[in-house]
Ligand binder design. Structure first.
Ligand SMILES: [Zn+2]
Ligand SMILES: [Zn+2]
Length: 553
């Protein structure tokens, strides 16, 4: 009997973001990715959402390291928070580690880890784990799938990937190696990216975006061109730079992450651009509009980004006008559509032309669509399959796709965050669960609880009613108030009558309570809250936060 392997899913199964899972072999633990998620609009004041670290902190002595599949924030953005609590080495490609490093360094936590560069196809031993890094194409360079050679057979974690046959760097997803494993030792278990399982067909090649960009540069040759895309999408930025250079334009990088990432790409020799191509933003007015191309951050409409400032006319460097074409070479992540639309509106109001993915093919996804997933399944032919990286519907679509491709329905397991699976001689089964709640990050505070978030939601949606009263417990009389102060429930100056009525109502309840001999402040406050809550709800059908403040003399 071979020793079993355990898999713990701490995030990413049920949402796009905060991807994080743990492997257990011989009582040692290995993390695969530790990402963050951007908050929904109803998570008021929340900056980021992280995986639940409870299990990791409780088992910190057993952790031997973290394997990072690629450098996107939803895979490495949580490391700078986890490293506050724990210490462990990180393994990944030079690009992956370069992107992760900036944030870890900013947080002053480089001393808590060691960054170990792994090359394509390399096999490393981390504690008891035997790990192979397989090249895959994605929307960030040098991404990897992870092959885990275990006593229970080969486990494949696809990482985020697409099957781009003509990638910009000619580095393709290594299907040959997957086929070799499948036809020799066989793949015991596959965990695979589900993001685009509902999208039919095949994702376009990244290179096709380059042709569209060159065409746009030709059509807009007399105008200043400003592009925006993810700063980590080095191949996209590279194609913009090439289109600009073909038209004799100088390139100006705006936004700190764009400047950092392009410097990293040049450092790692991913792109080869002479320094004379670039100009500083201060020099922008030295060039005619048709002689410059500005590459900016802010493709997700982030309010403080360079592009948003331009859209609001608040950039200190220049203003956008009728002579500008803006190319949004990106796609809004769910939740960001409103911000992106506001930016497009602002730029158009200023007179600029805006080209986005809705009107031209200026973006290609980094995630495999249904036909690519079918190809992948037909090559990997896993015995067991677990869909990962997606909302529930994406994972469901992927599970169905696997069955269409010949998987045994009894060997396709769709599970959610918190599931603990065990792969043993008997097969794969759910054996336990671990905490996998959202960990909310608010400013520098690590943990904003559910309670705080619930209060914020009520405050934002229903407002607050504060009721102040003073009671003389000796004489059983209400001596001041009750006075009602409200924000966000009704507009006070126009609702005098309603507020008077509410005060009278609360006073009656308070007097009745005092006459019954209630003198305890908590009990009096409860009574005030109950009376006010009932009145407010009956009269306005609202449920604002009610804060009673009762003082006694
Ligand atoms: Zn991802
Ligand atoms: Zn990714």
């Amino acid at each position: 009997m071979a020793a079993p392997i355990r898999l713990y899913f701490l995030g990413g199964l049920g949402e796009i973001g905060r991807n994080c899972m743990v492997l257990e072999q011989d009582h040692k633990l290995l993390l695969i990715d530790c990402g963050l998620m951007f908050p929904d609009a109803d998570m008021h004041g929340i900056d980021l959402v992280l995986p639940d670290f409870t299990f990791l902190i409780e088992n910190k002595d057993r952790i031997v390291g973290c394997v990072a599949t690629h450098g996107h924030e939803d895979h490495v953005g949580g490391l700078q928070f986890l490293l506050r609590e724990l210490e462990f080495p990180i393994y990944g490609s030079a690009v992956t580690l370069g992107l992760a490093r900036n944030r870890i360094e900013e947080a002053g936590l480089l001393s808590k880890t060691s960054l170990n560069v792994v090359n394509d196809g390399e096999r490393v031993t981390i504690g008891p784990f035997d790990i192979e890094f397989l090249p895959v194409t994605h929307s960030v360079p040098h991404a990897h799938a992870i092959i885990i050679h275990t006593p229970q057979g080969v486990i494949v974690h696809s990482g985020d990937f697409k099957l781009d046959l003509t990638p910009v760097d000619n580095r393709r997803t290594d299907l040959a190696r997957l086929g070799e494993l499948a036809s020799t030792v066989g793949v015991r278990l596959l965990m695979c990216d589900s993001t685009n399982a509902e999208e039919h067909g095949h994702a376009p090649s990244e290179r096709s975006v380059g042709s569209v960009l060159r065409q746009l540069f030709w059509e807009h040759r007399d105008r200043r061109i400003i592009t925006a895309s993810f700063a980590s999408h080095i191949h996209r930025v590279q194609q913009v730079i090439e289109a600009a250079r073909d038209h004799g334009r100088k390139v100006c990088l705006m936004g700190r992450s764009m400047q950092n990432n392009i410097a990293l790409a040049i450092d790692l020799k991913l792109i080869d651009v002479p320094a004379s191509t670039f100009i500083d933003v201060e020099k922008i007015h030295d060039y005619a509009p048709q002689d410059v191309c500005i590459i900016s951050t802010g493709s997700q409409g982030e309010p403080m980004s360079a592009l948003s400032l331009l859209a609001r006319g608040e950039s200190k460097w220049f203003t956008v006008g009728e002579n500008d074409t803006i190319i949004l070479s990106s796609h809004a992540i769910p939740g960001n559509e409103g911000n992106v639309n506001r930016v497009i509106d602002g730029l158009m109001r200023a007179g600029a032309k805006v080209v986005h993915s809705g009107i031209a093919d200026v973006h290609a996804t980094g995630h495999a669509q249904a036909d690519e997933l079918k190809t992948y399944h037909s090559i990997v032919k896993p015995e067991w399959f677990v869909p990962v990286h997606g909302e529930y519907r994406h994972m469901r679509a992927h599970a169905e796709l696997a069955i269409v491709m010949g998987a045994d329905p009894n060997k396709v397991l769709q599970v959610s965050d918190g599931a603990v699976l065990e792969l043993s001689d008997n097969g794969l089964e759910v054996v336990d669960s671990v905490p996998a709640n959202y960990l909310y990050v608010d400013g520098i505070v690590g943990d904003v609880g559910q309670g705080v978030l619930r209060d914020r939601r009520v405050l934002a949606e229903e407002g607050v009613v504060v009721i102040v009263a003073t009671v003389d417990v000796q004489s059983h009389r209400v001596i001041t108030g009750p006075e009602i102060i409200t924000r966000g429930w009704v507009y006070a100056p126009e609702a005098d009558d309603l507020l008077d009525e509410a005060e009278a109502h609360v006073e009656k309840a308070l007097v009745a309570a005092v006459n019954d001999g209630v003198v305890d402040i908590d009990a009096l406050e409860r009574e005030v809250r109950r009376a006010a809550g009932k009145f407010v709800n009956e009269r306005t059908k609202r449920r604002p936060m009610i804060v009673p403040v009762v003082m006694t003399t």
